[in-house]
Design a protein around this ligand. Sequence first.
Ligand code: C2O
Length: 545
Amino acid sequence: ARAQYHEFVIKEAAVTRLCRKHSIMTVNGQFPGPAVEMSEGDSLIVRVINRGSYNVTVHWHGVRQMRTGWSDGPEYVTQCPIRPGRSYTYRFTVAGQEGTLWWHAHSSWLRATVHGALVVRPRAGVSAYPFNAGKPPAREIPILLGEWWDMNPIDVVRTATRTGAAPNISDALTVNGQPGDLYKCSSKDTATFPVKSGETNLLRFINAALNTELFVSLAGHTMTVVGADASYTKPYSTSVLMIAPGQTTDVLVTFDQPPGRYYLAARAYASAQGVPFDNSTTTAIFDYGATSSSRSSPAMPTLPAYNDTATATTFTTSLRGLRKAEMPSRVDENLFFTVGVGLFNCSRGAQSCGGPNNTRFAASINNVSFVLPSTVSILQAHYGGAQGVFTADFPANPPLQFDYTAQNVSRALWQPVPGTKVYRLKYGAAVQLVLQGTNIFAAENHPIHIHGYDFYILAEGFGNFNAATDTAKFNLDDPPMRNTVGVPVNGWAVIRFVADNPGVWLMHCHLDVHITWGLAMAFLVEDGVGELQSLEAPPPDLPLC
Ligand code: C2O
């Protein structure tokens, strides 16, 4: 295992998209940012130098960060932000995880442009790809799906926070930072991947979009999923992927069609009915034309309709872990969390109420709308014993019982309460968590991400979770392991993990608009007995607020 050193300089760079010049925040002037490639077991030392004009942090999405919570990155949760002119060095090891992860800014909406791939390959002589006869595929292609705004994304979210209304939807979806040739002024910059006839390549998809779940298809080609969120899956062949923000999906594709050009296309899966969304399609081109005869229009794949929940759910529930699950049969903590979007009454706070019927949008877990501290991170407060920063009374169950899928639940009955609350877990506790979607303002598929952990997804379903009947549906044999689970629209998902990583770990919806509205909470995992079970001491350069 080796250690790699990188320098990430956060700075502005000029780019042109959709006919207009913009100055955007980047890492090292690149958009998308640099791909970090490593082998399992390697360590990363990344010095982030902030030469931009905003506070920033970098999160290593999906990296377990065993005992290195100081390097996890969410601002005000594990560290104070790196202020302009300052730097901070992230140090961690990626062990026991192989596949595709990514890194992104975890401050405001900076991750719209500050993100990149984190590729973890098997360690030579120790492990091998569990496909392609153990050999590396001919090519491995990281593909970042994203979203582009025709204005500064920081201003988009600031405006929404000020008015209480929903933020502007994005102006384009992108592949590797490019909208593609169906958008104005974008044709010549369409992402193009030259491939070779007969070869099998590994495509490493990352959904880096802020607020859009995506259907992805490649014209004329079958995709075989072999991994998701840096955990291997049993091979699953399909013509369409559904990838939610935060999730990654590794697929093998054999270029066995008549040589030519084929569109890769992605379009929104918009599960919240009636809510405005970007209905456009982003394209990239896979080119194994070689000759001039192939300059005709590429073939276009058929994508599901934006509201095709059946296809989205078929995809996610078809994934199975490659190996038998390793988890304790006991459950020490049986948690039931509701996740959803609601509304604050106008009287709550002096800011204007631009939401529906004089409200402000608010989102919550178990009716608690998460509020970040501002003077110190939760992890620093926990480590140093500072009082008054957070409370440890996050509820294990929702405060009220009602039909979570019902339309038009009275807002008086269910009004989120703002708070900085954590749920305490004992080191080593076996946790089962039911995530139940609500439908107070609108129901939606929520991609729920937990920092510092991978978890098994035992089951998902529609309607209200019913412990008496749904427990029988749990897959305890080969459930997929992920770091982000899509809780189906008007439905539920059940996950399990062992709290073997001490620290403070954010759990949130990976639709950034929902984090903005408070759809987050944090687990505080206590130290265990012995040095290998406790959080390391904070690094000397940890930023102060
Ligand atoms: Cu990729 Cu807290 O997020």
